[in-house]
Design a protein around this ligand. Structure first.
Ligand code: ADP
Ligand code: MG
Length: 976
């Protein structure tokens, strides 16, 4: 950004000539060089020179001029009363705003009014309700290495980085560690802070972060280990007991320093009462890509109502909404905690009366987390305190409703409901029920709270009553019926007599003001009363303010208790809401089974089902470590299906019921989602490069407990490349990673993988012709879709017959599309290498990948559970693609598989032996579906077939010829 912060150049040039006020402005700009300084002058925040020009441009206020003895300066003013929206505009434009307020009463100041920056408004530290979203936390985050020393490379892979965040509006402070920059960025993505302040040794670029956020620098000294230790020590009694390492210490120290700086640097933020350390592995990890592609919080179409949180959020209060969002952002991985939440949801689901009553009471609860933080900052007004009281008033009723709670979770939440009767009573007795916005102008403190105040108000009241009766008494005394008593700001009380009656004015009337048709008078008694009234009123107002601030401080003292209460109320809101939504939408409680895969009956997509007249429920039955290849025409429901499986997992681990008839789930550690470039064109930014970067991330970070969704991966490039990548990815995930994987693809050739790998199986979606229309059944079926579905759909959609026929011909000839690409694919795939590995160095391969051990456990499970529905007959039948679930003998789709199988077959003996020798050990051998080593005892017919295959010139064989040939060869074997 071409920033115009810092002191205006012209002022610097003529520094000595500036008027005292301008010099003060210039000094403040210099003290806050990174911020736009808004300089209070009465009712306006002013800025001058080039800063003024920028403010006028960005905030769309009028550019005026200020003239003084030293010259004329451009000037732009923002009204103090409605500053928030202008400040927001400046923040949106990328600025930080330093608010320099008059900290001295202008009337009392001798000479220049003292001004000071009372806060620096930055995207991550805003506290104004107008600038905050009630339903989301607003974090500023810091990232730091263990030291800023030059000999430590913070960007080296695996370097421990501390990540800390504080929500200044509530005081919530979090910290964790990340191994390396990529993980730190991922953690930031999950926190989604509005602002990131990296330690000086780390350079971060806003583009590197996959979400909307400002990146700003802060004073390097704040990140020194000593400074960080001292500052953190002011918040946490023993930082070393909470924090894991120096990187965390520096991150926390830095973020707290920045938060203090933003609040005007008056030292410790009282309402930050604890620093919570967490481990990302304690929750189901969802990175920004997953959050986005599953549309948890943001819809890809940017329509409202299209996200998971839109469906689930029927919370009663802002506390509950933030809690719900947090639960979805960080679902649990601890089974006991998940079950505890589910027990509570189930109890609420079953007890409609209790649930609705609790929810009803919770609607009375204000955002007490932010209220108490404001009270601590000395910014809460009387209305805020009344709102706090109204919230506390709801607590006993909620508690009462939970008297019979059975689940442990609900019972312990009930115990945490501190009624805070002391705070409630104090506010109730001290603060009037409907207080004004301002706290300096009286009307805030209740009668009976303070004797002195009551006396002053009584004096004021008596005086006013006396004045109110004055008109009547003076009319009687003087006989002037038109006599009036009035009041104005300048002259105070007066008695007005019209000119014709002036001769009847008594002696004690003193002239105050002459008007055209009348004169205004006062009497010594009126003057005395007036002084009494205004003296008492003024003293009462200021006494009220003092009393108010005392009450506010007393309330702020209890911020920790209020925060605990707030988190219990938030949890109750989230739980009762999830129950209400579950009942309304017909969700079911998920069950967990650590040993099985994902098993769902009648599963639905929670968001899509709401927009659909008739949503077709679909089952899911996935082996741990299994790979489902999902094919079918465009718009047939592949993406929806994959996402509904992932959403079911996320919801369940967040502690929600799920949209299904029944669900038995494992506990998943991470969900990865990758959507192919061309599918994400609406997003506008997706490129093939990025797709590949994301893919890399999966391949490095997924584990056997992860759930991986690959949606049209490899689409953003040529067919040959795309297919090769898609295939190699599947192989790798299958062999090395062992994650449960759902792969929707238009590369029909991939379906052949099911014939080669244990645990790889096909699913498909079909379309049907309905008169002139194509109908998508949206029903998942076993096996691959027909290879010619594209042409089928074209036919159904009314493409003229000759074109359809010609397409079929081309497919049959194998010359459609990019024949050399597609057919050449087996040459680029690392198949032969894999074989060689299995052959030569099985142990080395396994040892090389820690996950390999897990992964190799999977095929057995797959077998046992019969997920491999392609007919594992214990021989080499895989050669016939038609024998698979696809029943697609005519299609040319099986090319990849045919060639693979040929390769395998040619290498048959060796592979077979390797299998027999060490079943279930090496990654490479999983490509055989039969661990019984049947290949080892080939009979003579088989040997003859093998011989013939070896002599086959693959490069010159068309796929169709190859198929026919294979069919014949198989016949030979079968006949034998
Ligand atoms: P694909 O990924 O196969 O192109 P999508 O999953 O994007 O298809 O689905 C396309 C549309 O079909 C969805 O937007 C939705 O309207 C509808 N749809 C998907 N699945 C179902 C279902 N199970 N029942 C009803 N409609 C569905
Ligand atoms: Mg799709």
């Amino acid at each position: 950004m071409d920033s115009v912060t810092g002191p205006p150049e012209r002022m610097l040039d003529d520094r000595d000539e500036l008027t005292p006020m301008m010099a003060q402005y210039c000094d403040l700009c210099e003290a806050y060089p990174d911020s736009l300084v808004l300089f209070q002058n009465g009712d306006f925040y002013q800025s001058y020179c080039e800063v003024a020009e920028e403010v006028a441009r960005v905030a769309e206020v009028t550019l005026t001029q200020r003239e003084n003895s030293t010259g004329t300066y451009p000037m732009a003013g923002i009204p103090v009363d409605s500053a928030a929206s202008y400040v927001e505009t400046l923040l949106d434009a990328g600025y930080r705003v330093a608010v320099a307020e008059q900290v001295e009463d202008a009337e009392e100041a001798s000479g220049l009014v003292d001004r000071a920056v009372t806060r620096v408004v930055t995207p991550g530290t805003v506290v104004d309700d107008e600038l905050l979203d009630a339903g989301t936390a607003n974090y500023v985050a810091c990232v730091a290495a263990s030291s800023g020393d030059a000999d430590l490379d913070p960007d080296a892979p695996g370097t421990t980085l501390g990540v800390a965040a504080v929500d200044v509006s509530t005081g919530e402070t979090l910290v964790t560690s990340a191994a390396g920059r990529a993980r730190a960025v991922e953690e930031l993505e999950r926190l989604a802070p509005a602002e990131v302040v990296p330690a000086p040794e780390l350079a971060f670029d806003a583009d590197e972060l996959d979400f909307d956020c400002a990146v700003n620098a802060h004073d390097a000294d704040a990140f020194s280990l000593d400074a960080a230790r001292e500052r953190t020590g002011a918040y946490v009694a023993r930082p070393e007991s909470v924090l894991e390492n120096d990187a965390e210490l520096r991150a926390v120290g830095g973020v707290l320093a920045y938060a203090e700086y933003a609040q005007g640097d008056d030292g410790r933020l009282e309402y930050v009462s604890r620093v919570t350390r967490y481990d990302p592995r304690d929750s189901l990890e969802l990175d920004a890509t997953a959050l986005r592609s599953l549309e948890l919080f943001e819809s890809r179409s940017h329509r409202s109502g299209d996200t998971l949180v839109d469906v689930l959020d029927d919370t009663a209060c802002a506390l509950g909404r933030r809690e719900l969002v947090d639960r979805l952002r960080r679902p649990l991985v601890d089974r006991d905690r998940i079950e505890a939440r589910l027990d509570a949801v189930e109890e609420f689901a079953d007890a409609a009366l209790v649930r609705e009553a609790v929810r009803d009471h919770l609607t009375e609860v204000y955002d007490v987390e932010r209220l108490i933080a404001r009270a601590s900052r000395g910014r809460a007004n009387a209305r805020d305190l009344r709102s706090l009281k109204a919230s506390l008033d709801a607590v006993p009723a909620v508690k009462e409703r939970l008297a019979d709670a059975e689940s442990d979770h609900l019972r312990s939440l009930r115990e945490e409901l501190d009624e805070l009767a002391d705070v409630r009573d104090l506010v109730g007795e001290a603060i009037r029920p409907d207080p004004p916005q301002e706290v300096t102008e009286g009307g805030v403190i209740r009668e009976g709270f303070d004797d002195e105040l009551d006396d002053l108000r009584a004096t004021e009241r008596d005086g006013r009553e006396w004045v109110a009766e004055l008109e009547e008494t003076e009319r009687e005394r003087t006989g002037i019926d038109s006599l009036e008593v009035g009041h104005n700001q300048v002259h105070g009380y007066y008695i007005e007599v019209t000119n014709p009656n002036l001769d009847r004015v008594p002696d004690d009337y003193r002239r105050r003001q002459t008007l055209k048709n009348s004169e205004r008078f006062y009497t010594p008694e009126l003057k005395r009363r007036e002084d009494e009234i205004f003296g008492a009123a003024e003293r009462a107002d200021s006494l009220e303010y003092d009393l108010f601030t005392e009450v506010r401080s007393a309330v702020a003292e209890e911020s920790e208790r209020v925060q605990s209460l707030a988190s219990a109320l938030a949890a109750l809101d989230a739980l009762s809401t999830l129950a209400a939504v579950a009942v309304r939408n017909d969700y079911v409680r998920p069950e967990f089974d650590a040993d099985g895969g994902i098993r769902i009956e009648g599963g639905r997509h929670p968001v899509v089902e709401r927009a659909q007249d008739e949503f077709v429920p679909n089952p899911a039955d996935f082996t741990d470590g299994g790979v489902a290849i999902i094919t079918g025409p465009n718009m047939s429901g592949k993406s929806t299906y994959m996402r509904q499986v992932a959403l079911t997992v996320v919801m369940a681990q967040a502690g929600s019921f799920v949209p299904a008839d029944a669900a038995t789930l494992p506990v998943v550690d991470r969900v990865f989602t990758r959507v192919g470039a061309s599918d994400d064109i609406a997003g506008g930014q997706s490129t093939f490069m990025r797709e590949m970067a994301e893919l890399t991330d999966i391949l490095h970070n997924a584990t056997a407990d992860s759930l991986v969704l690959l949606d049209e991966v490899g689409r953003g490039t040529s067919t040959a490349d795309g297919l090769a990548i898609a295939r190699a990815t599947t192989e790798f995930v299958h062999d090395e990673v062992g994650s449960t994987t759902l792969f929707a693809t238009h590369y029909h050739d991939l379906t052949a993988l099911a014939d080669e790998y244990e645990g790889v199986f096909n699913l498909h979606f079909d379309a049907r012709r309905d008169g002139e229309d194509v109908t998508f059944l949206h029903r998942v079926e076993p096996g691959p879709s027909s290879s010619s579905y594209g042409v089928e759909v074209a036919r159904m959609a009314g493409v003229p017959d000759p074109v359809v026929e010609r397409s079929r011909e081309l497919i049959d000839e194998g010359s459609a599309g990019t024949p050399s690409d597609a057919r050449g694919e087996p040459e680029v795939r690392p198949d032969a290498d894999a074989e060689a590995d299995a052959d030569d160095t099985p142990a080395a391969e396994t040892a090389g990948t820690p996950d390999g051990a897990d992964a190799t456990g999977a095929p057995g499970a797959a077998d046992a559970r019969g997920m491999d529905d392609d007919g594992a007959t214990g021989d080499w039948e895989v050669i016939d693609p038609g024998a698979g679930d696809g029943a697609d003998p005519a299609g040319a789709n099986g090319n990849g598989g045919v060639n693979d199988t040929l390769d395998a077959y040619i290498a048959g003996e060796t592979v077979g032996e390797a299998n027999a020798a060490s079943p279930g050990e090496a990654g490479g051998e999983r490509r055989t579906r039969n661990g019984d080593g049947a290949g080892a005892d080939e009979d003579s017919a088989a040997r003859a077939v093998a011989e013939e295959l070896r002599s086959l010139d693959l490069a010159r064989t068309t796929p169709l010829e190859a198929l026919n040939r294979l069919h014949e060869l198989r016949q030979t074997l079968d006949d034998d």
